[in-house]
Ligand binder design. Sequence first.
Ligand SMILES: [Ca+2]
Ligand SMILES: [Ca+2]
Length: 267
Amino acid sequence: MKNGKAVETDNLIKNGDFSTPNGAHWWTERPNDGAVVSFDNQECMTSNNGNAWQHPEVVPSATYLLTCRAKQSYSGRGSLQVSSTGLSKFVNVTSNNWENLALSFETPPEARKVVVKLFGANGEIRFDDVELRAVDVQPEELIKNGDFSIPGGAHWTAERPNTGAVVSFDNQECMTSNNGYAWQDVKVSPSSTYVLTCKAKQTYSGRGSLQVGSRSAAVTSSTWENLELVFETSPSTHSVTVKLFGASGEIRFDNVSMKQLLAKKPH
Ligand SMILES: [Ca+2]
Ligand SMILES: [Ca+2]
């Protein structure tokens, strides 16, 4: 293995780059009139609830990394999805330029297959270079005091950029509001894949997010929910800044964790 990139094991998606014409190996579903799935330009385009899917074989209770490139046009909404009995995860397409999407998941104890779906709700959603690979989650925890069990937010820096900004560390959690945020720098390896997770909730209709670099995952629930960001560092990146941001209301964070994903070693 040259570096920490989680790309060394076999891609379990067939024709993920759509180089074989007409979407060979992909199933298509057009559940309603006007649903669109097409495979021009060696890409997959879906819209109006059209979707293309595969159901690759997986190993139970193992960790996988699902990635693709995607973009939307005409204010479209769409997502990269994975599901199985007891498993349902997705990552939304948000940019009208090609962006890298990634999600990691653990297969349920009974899972022999998962469904990987390229879903277009509306507009025009384009997908390319779909890859599913087995990975190992490295045991080393990269976030210090991510459960806030050390009092006073040790290892975290509180930032209050304006009057009224709030950052507090009561109840072994972090609470931010009014543009307050807590952050810490994390040493990383270049060209490597990481998964950043936490649990979070909002009250008083608050808005907030878990952030790393230019990526963010919005806090949307008033009960504890799990947030996740999977990202690859650039060839020149040696550290990243993790932020727990509260725009308004009252945003609570706990169990912040960041670990590296490595290609599974061949048996
Ligand atoms: Ca392609
Ligand atoms: Ca805690």
